[in-house]
Design a protein around this ligand. Sequence first.
Ligand SMILES: Cc1cc2nc3c(=O)[nH]c(=O)nc-3n(C[C@H](O)[C@H](O)[C@H](O)COP(=O)(O)O)c2cc1C
Length: 263
Amino acid sequence: MKVLVVMGSPRKGNTWRAAEAIRETMQAGGDVEFEYLMLRDADLAQCTGCLQCFVKGEEHCPRKDDAPEIEAKLHSADGVIFASPVYGMNVTGLMKTFVDRLSYIFHRPRFFGKKALLLTTAGAIGQKDVLKYLDLVARIWGFEVVAKVGLVTQFDELPARTRELHKWQLAAAAIAFHQAILSGKESPPPVMDVIVFNAQRASFLGLEKESPADYKYWKEHGWFEPGRRYYSDARVSIFTHLVGRTVGWFSGRQVRKSKVVKW
Ligand SMILES: Cc1cc2nc3c(=O)[nH]c(=O)nc-3n(C[C@H](O)[C@H](O)[C@H](O)COP(=O)(O)O)c2cc1C
């Protein structure tokens, strides 16, 4: 089993130590290969905003750096830990650049069947917002988020009781993550994810000219086919399907009508 840690901290500090605790628990439970993608060491420039990745495809990105290798690393892992400290009430700039540069995946999701664990540490506040943001990113990209940990580290030495509590939180998340990867099962998606599928479907179906890369990708994956309930073959009940199709159709219509997507 391969686990990739996408590390958004510029140092080997609190967040890295928390990831190490997860690694130790997982490796105590079996054969788990861990790799750290230290974003601080990656050659990953900021997005220039040209929109070529959305319109024509990611291969048209003018930045020639590590982005394709980084995406390949995500593909080769069975599970990914998205780890970032809270900086200014959000993820770090390193993590945000990583998300920006792979933003075409929001339109053309691809990590179905893979599990994600979300990890953040904060001096005092903001961990909930960071977990919420990372959850949105990971889920739209296709990951199933199976565990989340947000630790408050404060700036001084933590009391022994808090340290003990953190240890338990990290161990519980590591075990849940490990089990989910081992099971290999894809859980039924939450209704919100089915709504997102249908909204994107309704939008891209009408954007063949404006967004040809998205249209082609969706068509090739069979996601425009009438009976299609979701990106993957995960089980979607008829009720969830109908709610998703109805709400999604209306939001997709809004996008098409307003032609918000103007390149
Ligand atoms: C530039 C910067 C901004 C920060 N912003 C916040 C913040 O908004 N909220 C908070 O609770 N802690 C904040 N912190 C504290 C860090 O989130 C906290 O110390 C974290 O555990 C650092 O993780 P690291 O050791 O992995 O880098 C900030 C730290 C830095 C350096």
